[in-house]
Design a protein around this ligand. Structure first.
Ligand SMILES: [Ca+2]
Ligand SMILES: [Ca+2]
Ligand SMILES: [Ca+2]
Length: 364
């Protein structure tokens, strides 16, 4: 399963670009959305009434107060106040007011949702307002689409799409965020939008193929299939027929908003968490924060750790018990790298391995 030397990966952004349902940038999101716009095989795509977005009433295009239309499409865009990783029952507040017209203002909004099987959630007060609400009643994936119409009746060429993952928090959940004081815009996305920092989550069986710290022992990081990270974002661990014992990296992003990983029903054992600064894009050190949750409880938060380009920060271990006992988190510290004896999440000097550049994965 190991990539050996044959596989050369040129950018970890590729997952974000390829993931049709990921948290991708506006441009790539639009492309992904476009492919689903005509996908009538999705059975749960119906808006709460039978009006299709094509039939949304647009103002009279002969309005003499408007400039001539050139037919250029308005651009749909929206935000989700609660983010893209939420618990069942969350009320999502959608906001499409950032959509903009080219020749005329946006006056019409049409929302569409693809829901998990069995879910019947609909937009409130309707699918045709700028900022509706949607309650996510079931676990699973909700894909949201917005198309807009300008005052000339010209519709967006491509809809905007975002994906919300609704997960129970019975297992392990890890969140990574980062900031960079020299990134002029923390919120933009794309290949050159800002520093790229990556979450790594290793199975107890990760034995590695790279000795990045030079201690003569192979490390768990970048080990396939037992390191879950951007290149291996949804491995099948444990039982081949069970999804619950698999981890899933929900997003690989280049923006400060960060990444999240869920592992609903881990096999008993000790898992390891690391953060790797893949590419600083010339902006210098980024400051990373990791939060580790088990069964919905925050067990450990380590904030604002400075990482230079190619640094690998070994954050913590998580021991998942065989019985009903509580999960335990132990920080990895610079002076005790090989043990999990550090008490819980007590502050200590972080263990950071510089110049962590496995040869199979070409870093810029
Ligand atoms: Ca990343
Ligand atoms: Ca080593
Ligand atoms: Ca499995």
């Amino acid at each position: 399963m190991r990539a050996l030397g044959i596989l050369v990966i040129t950018s970890c952004v590729c997952f974000a670009c390829l993931a049709a349902n990921g948290q991708v940038g506006e441009d790539t999101a639009d492309t992904a959305a476009d492919t689903t716009e005509s996908d009538t095989s999705s059975s749960d795509t119906a808006a709460p009434d039978t009006t299709s977005p094509d039939e949304v009433a647009a103002p009279d295009a002969s309005d003499p107060g408007l400039p001539e239309t050139t037919g250029r499409c308005p651009v749909a865009s929206f935000t989700i106040a609660e983010g893209e990783l939420v618990a069942p029952g969350t009320m999502l507040h959608l906001d499409g007011t950032a959509s903009r017209g080219v020749d005329a203002p946006v006056v019409g909004y049409a929302w569409r949702v693809e829901r998990p099987p069995g879910a019947a959630d609909t937009f409130s007060p309707s699918a045709y307002v700028a900022s509706p609400i949607l309650i996510t009643s079931l676990t699973g994936t909700y894909r949201l689409h917005l198309s807009v119409t300008d005052a000339h009746g010209v519709r967006s060429c491509e809809s905007a799409t975002r994906t919300v993952h609704v997960v129970d928090h019975d297992g392990i959940r890890i969140e990574l965020t980062w900031t960079n004081p020299h990134d002029p815009d923390d919120s933009d996305v794309g290949d050159d939008a800002g520093p790229d920092v990556d979450l790594h989550y290793a199975h107890p069986l990760a034995v590695g193929g790279y000795d990045g710290d030079g201690d003569g022992l192979l490390d768990p990081w970048f080990d396939l299939p037992y390191d879950c990270f951007w290149h291996n974002h949804a491995p099948n661990w444990g039982s081949i027929t069970s999804d619950a014992d698999n981890p899933q990296l929900l997003e690989d992003t280049t923006r400060g908003g960060g990444e999240a990983l869920v592992h609903p029903a881990p096999e008993p054992g000790t898992y390891r968490v690391a953060v790797h600064h893949w590419d600083d894009r010339g902006l210098g050190p980024s400051f990373a924060t990791v939060r580790i949750f088990a069964a919905g409880q925050l067990l450990c938060a380590v904030e604002h750790v400075s990482l230079a380009k190619s640094d690998l920060w070994e954050v913590a271990t998580i021991t998942w018990p065989a019985t009903g006992a509580d999960a335990e988190v132990h920080r990895v510290c610079a002076d005790a790298p090989a043990t999990a004896a550090n008490t819980a999440c007590a502050p200590c000097e972080p263990r950071i391995i510089p110049r962590y550049r496995p040869p199979e994965f070409f870093q810029p």
